[in-house]
Design a protein around this ligand. Structure first.
Ligand code: HPA
Length: 258
């Protein structure tokens, strides 16, 4: 099976796989540059830097549709994504990992579906289990051996950014049932499910949400924390890729997704 990694802040192809080969894929939504790499097991893996080369694309301008389409075009069946997040409650601490199992979408103005009705088709995609249970289980199994606290579930609140939240927003999101907050998880998860691929997000907590600590939030601090945990996240990704066997996922290959 073909696998891909979508690397968020602080996770790059070289760190993950060593040598890689760039390739470009044309999609109806624009072209996408990825890296082709080989896992030590011999499996071919594609790597997509979510924020582009040199972390140059902010969350609200990422071409999520082109990215998802390109992965499907390459024959990818399963996608592991990493994401930097802030914690919405103190039981979740910087340095922890969260294997996301649900989301709350607070974004706006992002193209967020392949089914916008232009072809006369109306498709409503089920989101009961938006993250692949087989992939999530594989992450949890591989993570059991690592020296890191892993939360086996967590609800990701996606904001538009690029600003961070106010303390009032952080308190409100926690009341809504959110566990962590980030800016890129949606519509990525939705679009990939619309295409019928398996997808999981490993969220790395880089900070407590605004107001939960006395520190101000700075992107450089987020990047530094992500870099510090980068080796661990890369090892986890490599171990998951090594162990992964998905022959037929009845959750993600939905009727209605093409
Ligand atoms: N808020 C939103 N996005 C983030 C945060 C945060 O606190 N930390 C890392 N990404």
């Amino acid at each position: 099976m073909r696998l891909a990694v979508i690397g968020g802040t602080g996770v790059d192809a070289r760190r993950l796989f060593g040598d890689t080969k760039p390739l470009s894929v044309e999609t109806p939504y624009g072209s996408v540059v990825l890296q082709e790499a080989q896992h030590e097991s011999g499996k071919k893996v594609f790597f997509l830097a979510r924020h582009g080369a040199g972390h140059s694309v902010p969350p609200h301008r990422i071409n999520y549709r082109a990215n998802a389409w390109a992965l499907r075009e390459l024959g990818v069946e399963a996608v592991l994504a990493t994401a930097a997040v802030g914690a919405l409650r103190r039981q979740i601490q910087p340095g922890d990992l969260v294997v996301i199992d649900s989301f709350i979408d607070l974004t706006s103005g992002r193209p967020s579906t392949f089914f916008d009705g232009e072809d006369g088709r109306v498709v409503h995609t089920d989101m009961t289990e938006p993250y692949c249970p087989i992939l999530r289980q594989a992450v949890l199994a591989a993570g059991g051996d690592l020296p890191v606290r892993i939360h086996s579930t967590g609800c990701y609140v996606c904001t538009n950014g690029p600003r961070y939240e106010t303390p009032a927003e952080v308190a409100a999101f926690a009341m809504l049932g959110g566990d962590v907050v980030g800016m890129t998880g949606v519509p990525e998860v939705v679009l990939i499910r619309e295409l019928g691929l398996c997808y999981a997000t490993i969220a790395l907590v880089t900070n407590l949400g605004a107001g939960l600590s006395s520190d101000l939030l700075k992107h450089d601090d987020v990047v530094r924390t992500m870099q510090a945990s980068g080796d661990l996240v890369c090892k986890l990704l490599r171990d998951v890729i090594d162990s992964l066997q998905i022959s037929n996922c009845s959750v993600c290959r939905l009727p209605g997704s093409t």
